[in-house]
Write a protein that binds this ligand. Structure first.
Ligand SMILES: *[C@@H]1O[C@H](CO)[C@@H](O)[C@H](O)[C@H]1NC(C)=O
Ligand SMILES: *[C@@H]1O[C@H](CO)[C@@H](O)[C@H](O)[C@H]1NC(C)=O
Length: 400
């Protein structure tokens, strides 16, 4: 009997000891953060193939959980989901309890099937610098209250189903460096971005409209894509000041007015201004050192500048260019320095190529549908149609 009592006593002591140990280790983490993590995990589920949340065992110290990083007794970073490439991610929603993790500086969620809206409680994360919730199914609007997260630097909400405007107050966040909102359904006009440290703005593939007034984008910008929206208006007072751009894509909008000459001197490797309503002559100041220049499908006119001879891939097709193709451009093509030269669907009247000349196999030239008889036959993209020349009735001048 005594032995039995002893054994019971010992086992009670052991359980007490274990419980005490656990309680001691819990005490490391702030109880609000502990409860917030529990709520967050209850609102999410591992997708088949993901074993992320199943590894969160709340009888042990959450600061040791995968994706949870603590400093002292507070959670400072939360990376939800298995970060390995190809991992299947999480489903469910983002619990508003996230707002209780007030010392969080970084919040990321791996690509998956998370639905629902961004909780307004994100505004309570005043220490947050990095917010990355890309490639899920987040819908609703970007909460305007995000403007209270004044230290926010990176916001990546790309590849979701966000709708509505980018709140004016979000554009006013003073420390933004990277704003990646591409592939959503955002609309309305762009707010002014005031952060003088903003280097990347990617708004590609949304439904934005209106014009982008000069001064709405800071001179610190290095990467700008607004491709595939419904932006309108001119950019000739907006772009010249953005002379640190290394990437510029304005393609597939309804921008109008001239293309400012200064942008051809920017340290860019790819310049995409195609499929807009840009008009006027195009006159670079110096030899263009940009690798790929796409000005196709606009309303550009005048002669083709010989200063484009230093471009490797030059798309000037589907415009209203006239006159003769510059000799230097043809020479550089024949030398294999110009690798692609698309001039189809213009009003060009001559090209200095002899019928016996052979285009290098590494180079693509298309001259179809201009105001001249072609000296050489070259393969053209299918979309340029089968007609070799433009009907003479459309040509003011015709050189045979
Ligand atoms: C939590 O944030 C407060 C300021 O909001 C700061 O004073 C404190 O040092 C932070 N604690 C940790 C562990 O980072
Ligand atoms: C884009 O916005 C316009 C209204 O500004 C709306 O009529 C249209 O349906 C939207 N398109 C998409 C794809 O959301």
């Amino acid at each position: 009997m005594m032995k039995m009592m002893n054994r019971v006593f010992v086992s009670i002591m052991i359980s007490f000891f274990i419980a005490h140990q656990i309680r001691f280790s819990f005490a490391i983490l702030d109880p609000n953060d502990f409860l917030a993590l529990q709520s967050i995990s209850k609102s999410l589920t591992d997708m088949p193939g993901s074993n992320y949340l199943s590894s969160w065992d709340f009888t042990s110290d959450p600061c040791n959980f995968a994706g949870v990083f603590c400093s002292g007794e507070r959670v400072v970073a939360l990376n939800l989901g298995d970060p390995r490439a190809g991992a299947s991610g999480l489903s469910g929603t983002i619990d508003p309890a996230i707002g209780k993790l007030t010392n969080l500086t970084e919040l990321t969620i791996v690509p998956g099937r998370i639905t629902g809206e961004l909780p307004a409680e994100l505004s309570e994360l005043t220490e947050l610098r990095f917010l990355g919730i890309s490639r899920n199914f987040i819908s609703g609007e970007i909460p305007a209250t995000l403007s209270s997260v004044t230290r926010l630097r990176t916001v990546d909400l790309s590849y979701n189903q966000l709708t509505g405007n980018v709140p004016w107050a979000v554009g006013s966040l003073p420390a933004l460096t990277n704003v990646v909102l591409c592939h959503n359904r955002l609309s309305g006009s762009l707010p002014a971005f005031v952060s003088q440290t903003l280097t990347r703005l990617d708004l590609k593939h949304n439904n934005f409209s209106g014009s982008i007034p000069p001064g709405f984008l800071p001179v610190s910008l290095q990467y700008l894509s607004v491709s595939q929206n419904r932006f309108t208006g001119p950019v000739d007072y907006l772009l010249p000041q953005l002379n640190r751009l290394t990437y510029l894509d304005l393609s597939q909008n309804r921008f109008t007015g001239p293309i400012p000459s200064s942008i051809f001197s920017f340290p860019i490797t790819t310049l995409q201004l195609d499929r807009n309503l840009f008009s006027g002559p195009v006159q670079p100041f110096n030899e263009v050192a940009i690798q790929t220049v796409d000005l196709s499908h606009n309303l550009l006119y005048g002669e083709v500048s010989p200063l484009f001879s230093t471009v490797q891939n030059l798309y000037l097709n589907n415009n209203r260019f006239t006159g003769s193709v510059p000799t230097t451009l043809v020479d550089r093509l024949m030398a294999g320095n110009v690798q692609l030269l698309y001039l189809q669907h213009n009003f060009l009247t001559a090209v200095p190529i002899k019928p016996t000349e052979v285009i290098p196999v590494s180079s693509s030239l298309c001259l179809q549908y201009n105001c001249m008889v072609l000296p050489v036959q070259t393969p053209c993209p299918v979309e340029s149609g089968s007609q070799k020349t433009r009907p003479t009735s459309q040509c003011m001048e015709w050189k045979g």
